[in-house]
Design a protein around this ligand. Structure first.
Ligand SMILES: NC(=O)c1ccc[n+]([C@@H]2O[C@H](COP(=O)([O-])OP(=O)(O)OC[C@H]3O[C@@H](n4cnc5c(N)ncnc54)[C@H](OP(=O)(O)O)[C@@H]3O)[C@@H](O)[C@H]2O)c1
Length: 301
């Protein structure tokens, strides 16, 4: 492909959407839509905007991500997490575009003791996970050229996430109780966008071959930790963001912190398939966290 590829991004105001815009800005013509310009709950809007943009790549960073609220709004979660990806896949097929979609560790029930592979049996514990899994199946059902990246515990320098919640509570309180019996891989939106851009560039340039790469891939930062360990790491690594406070983090079981949606105990994903196919590995979660904390401390334009 000689001209710069046209890359359409949905959910452009979200954590991953924002970083995708930054990552693709140099190599592509980016057409970015936030919720106010492309409502994923409207199949007509999706069709109109995609046809107008005629993209080479569609990056679907929009999603219904309110895990607990989804329990009481299953129809809305399904419209955005299942129906919208289906329509995007249909439009991608029509335009012969590559569709990149993000899914979640919450497609698994968390009962495995090792890392989850792409071939492991799914079994979501909550409505969010069910609707995201159905979104994967919808894309597979349409076919075409697609990549589904399952990621986990996403945070970044913008938006609502665990890191900002901990920094706020750390300034307000002397001690915090944080769940210690759920483990996963915190994954930075910056790392996700970088890996996505490397892989999409490779596909567009023909580096990864004709078309046998469509499928589901786990894509998380390297390593794993509990929410409690993650909170402690945030406080240890960012004392400058705590206004002189040194909050104590107490480990509690998930049973002591009931939430409307159940969450998996172990949702650590193996990234071997991603590495074998594309030669891409994301950074260890600790160094990715340092990068995000540095950007929070000195925001970029
Ligand atoms: N966050 C995580 O921990 C996590 C974990 C695993 C997988 N993922 C997946 O990773 C992807 C990116 O997530 P993220 O962390 O970037 O989430 P995010 O920050 O919540 O971003 C999602 C974006 O989608 C937008 N959106 C919601 N409803 C929409 C609609 N009807 N039409 C258009 N846009 C709409 C949101 O807009 P508003 O802000 O206006 O609602 C938001 O900008 C998603 O597919 C998510 O399922 C996330």
């Amino acid at each position: 492909m000689s001209a710069r590829p046209r890359v359409l991004i949905t959910g452009a105001g979200g954590q991953v959407g924002r970083e995708l815009i930054r990552s693709f800005a140099d190599s592509a013509e980016v057409i970015a839509f936030g919720r106010n310009t492309l409502d994923l709950a409207s199949p007509e809007q999706i069709r109109d905007k995609v046809r107008e943009a005629a993209p080479d790549v569609i990056l679907n960073a929009g999603a219904y991500t309110a895990v607990d609220r989804a329990e009481s709004e299953p129809e809305m979660a399904r419209a955005i997490n299942t129906d919208a990806p289906r329509v995007l896949a249909e439009e991608a097929l029509r335009a012969k575009a590559l569709l990149v979609h993000y899914s979640t560790d919450y497609v698994f029930d968390g009962s495995k003791s090792g890392q989850w592979t792409e071939d492991d049996a799914t079994g979501p514990l909550n409505v969010y996970g069910e609707t995201k899994l159905a979104g994967e199946e919808a894309i597979r059902g349409v076919g075409g050229r697609y990549l589904i990246f399952r990621t986990s515990w996403v945070y970044g320098p913008h938006g609502k996430n665990f890191v900002f919640t901990m920094l706020r509570l750390g300034k307000e309180r002397d001690s915090l109780n944080v769940v210690d019996d759920q483990i996963g891989a915190p994954t930075s939106s910056i790392e996700l966008a970088r890996a996505t851009s490397t892989i999409a560039d490779g596909i567009l340039s023909g580096k990864f071959g004709a078309d046998d790469w469509s499928g589901v891939y786990n894509m998380t930062c390297f390593g794993s930790v509990s929410w409690c360990g993650f909170a402690r790491a945030i406080f240890e690594r960012a004392p400058q963001l705590l206004e002189g406070k040194t909050p104590k983090v107490n480990a509690i079981p998930a049973s002591a912190f009931p939430t409307p949606a159940k969450r998996p105990q172990n949702s650590v994903l193996s990234n071997e398939k991603l590495f074998q196919r594309f030669g891409v590995r994301l950074a260890p979660w600790e160094s990715a966290l340092d990068e995000v904390l540095a950007q929070i401390a000195s925001p970029q334009a």
